[in-house]
Design a protein around this ligand. Sequence first.
Ligand SMILES: Cc1cc2nc3c(=O)[nH]c(=O)nc-3n(C[C@H](O)[C@H](O)[C@H](O)COP(=O)(O)OP(=O)(O)OC[C@H]3O[C@@H](n4cnc5c(N)ncnc54)[C@H](O)[C@@H]3O)c2cc1C
Ligand code: FES
Length: 258
Amino acid sequence: MKKYIQDLQVVNKMILSKEYYLLELSSNQPLPEVLPGQFAEVEITGSDTTFLRRPLSVHDVDYDKNTISFLVQIVGKATKHLANIEVGKTLNVIFPLGKGFELINNSENALLIGGGCGIAPLLYLARHLKKQGVKVSTLIGVRRSSQLIELDNYKKYGEVLITTEDGSEGTKGYVVNHPVFENLKQFKKIYTCGPEVMMKAIAKRANEAGVDCEVSLENMMACGIGACLCCVTETTEGNKCVCTEGPVFNIHNLKWQI
Ligand SMILES: Cc1cc2nc3c(=O)[nH]c(=O)nc-3n(C[C@H](O)[C@H](O)[C@H](O)COP(=O)(O)OP(=O)(O)OC[C@H]3O[C@@H](n4cnc5c(N)ncnc54)[C@H](O)[C@@H]3O)c2cc1C
Ligand code: FES
C-alpha cells in the first residue's frame, strides 16, 4: 500500500484521563484508504529532546469529516509533549504503515481484547467488522476503573466486557479471567492488542480452544518502514520486521510457546 507523508492539522484534542488523550487530525487532501490495525509514524513537532517519530495505531478514521484520530497514553517525553499540542497546529505524519487485521465475514462472532492502551486499534476494527455484519464483543482489561475510557464509543459496535485487576469494575482479574473465556468456541476469531504477556495468555487459550487469533505487536520502533531492523520478531518464517510485516500477526506465525 502506498504510504503518505502529510502535515495534518490538529482539529480536536480531548483529555480523557490523567494518562490518556485523543488527537483528531484533519488533512487538506482526501485521506487515503487506511485499514484497521495499521499505524502511523508521528513527528514530535517542537520537541528539543525527541528526534525519532513515534508509532501510533490508527484509532479511527472519519472519511466524512476527513479526520484520523489517535488514542495516546502518556508514558515518556514524546507522548507527554504531544499531549500539550494546541488545536490548529500541524503534525507531520507518515501513514498508513504496516499490515492490518484480516477481517472475518458476515454473521460470525468476533472477540476483540484490548489491554490498557491496546484498545487503540480496536475501535476502527470494530467499526469495520460491524459494517461487514460481524457480531462484535469487546473485552477491555485495565488495572482500575479510572483507566476505563471511551466505553460509549466501543458500545456503538457491540457489547463491551470489562476486567479490572483491583475488581473496581467488571470481573476482577486479568482479561483471561473473564467468564467469556469459558466459551471461546462461540467466536470465529479473536483479535488482541496490549502487553505481550497478556497477548501470550490469550493466544494460549485461543489455541487450546481452536479459535483463530491475531495479535498486534507493539515492539520498539524507530523508522517504521523496514530500514533500521530494530523491530524484528521471530516468526515461523524467520525474523520479520514488525513495522512492515506486522504489526498484526496470526499467533501460529509467531514463535510463541502456546
Ligand atoms: C505499532 C505500534 C503502535 C502503537 N500504538 C500506540 C497507540 O495507539 N497509542 C499509544 O499511546 N502508544 C502506542 N504505541 C506505543 C508508543 O509508540 C510508545 O508509547 C511511544 O513511542 C513512547 O514514546 P515516549 O517518548 O513517550 O516514551 P519513551 O521515553 O520512548 O518510553 C517511555 C517508556 O515506555 C516504554 N515504551 C516505549 N515505546 C514502547 C513500545 N513501543 N512498547 C512498549 N513500551 C514502550 C519505554 O520502554 C519506556 O519505559 C504503539 C507502538 C507501536 C510499535
Ligand atoms: S522500525 Fe525500523 S525496521 Fe521496523
